[in-house]
Write a protein that binds this ligand. Sequence first.
Ligand SMILES: NC(=O)c1ccc[n+]([C@@H]2O[C@H](COP(=O)([O-])OP(=O)(O)OC[C@H]3O[C@@H](n4cnc5c(N)ncnc54)[C@H](O)[C@@H]3O)[C@@H](O)[C@H]2O)c1
Length: 295
Amino acid sequence: MGDTTPATPTAPEIATVGVVGGGLMGSGITEVAARAGLDAVVVEVTQDAAEAAEKRVRDSLAKAESRGKITGQEVNEVMERIRFTTDLGLLADRDLVVEAASEREDIKLALFERIGAILEKDDAVLTSNTSSIPIVKLGAISGRADRVMGVHFFNPAPVMQLVELIPSLTTSEATLERMQTFVTKALGKQPIEATDRAGFVVNSLLVPYLLSAIRMYEAGYASAKDIDRGMVLGCGHPMGPLALSDLIGLDTIRAIGISMYDEFKEPLYSPPPLLDRMVDAGLLGKKSGHGFYAY
Ligand SMILES: NC(=O)c1ccc[n+]([C@@H]2O[C@H](COP(=O)([O-])OP(=O)(O)OC[C@H]3O[C@@H](n4cnc5c(N)ncnc54)[C@H](O)[C@@H]3O)[C@@H](O)[C@H]2O)c1
């Protein structure tokens, strides 16, 4: 008789991914997944937004092709692995869903409630790319809290190596291990682990710096160009804080600042009035064509 001890059940490899929100981050995460050979579905709110997401992925792949990082044939193969839709129902058969919709708690809570009910596979993992919204709340409303965690990519996702992994109080060890393996082996990225507190590691340090630069500009200490040149030439940063704010998106920085302020009541996290006014005016940075600089 052979060994009758049942093998420890191991979760199957992740082969199918859903990405909710095909903006700056969602389109980048989709590209990363599809280039890693995974089948991807991207869900957006409107047909126009779905088409814009497709264009973002295509443009990014064209750039990679022009730099010799990928061939024309590979671009076609990658695009064939991605479907762009407005139908959340297409997430039903996914092994993994990455939510990358706008940084608003009401939007994310509504999505987690719906997606939690849509996912058909018992071991499917539901993650958020949120920068600051409590993962534990997203888990609770999804009805599958042990299989929910934060998986936080950096911008631009196809280039940046770091992924923050954020298990909440209710995330199972198996889910965390599965995401560690996925991020490292399937995507070839480098994870760090952070606690479920607004901002995690990187934004807790970065956002107060960006907000301080905006305050400095607002107070008239120096021009935007000189503030940025100061940090590039004086500290060796690849980009100054105002240019980086434009790249991240001013609405996103404002939302992260608000969540961090709500959590810690630390004045440095509170968005300055100029940032509020710029967001109200639709000056969102690079993605809207205008922020601290014109694009
Ligand atoms: N911008 C960054 O540098 C950065 C970095 C890391 C993480 N994040 C996080 O990633 C998430 C997305 O940020 P972004 O910069 O891509 O924002 P974005 O504004 O570029 O894109 C958000 C997208 O979500 C879509 N959306 C909104 N509601 C939706 C819904 N109910 N269903 C499907 N799609 C919906 C919007 O149409 C939009 O295309 C946020 O949680 C943000 O905090 C952003």
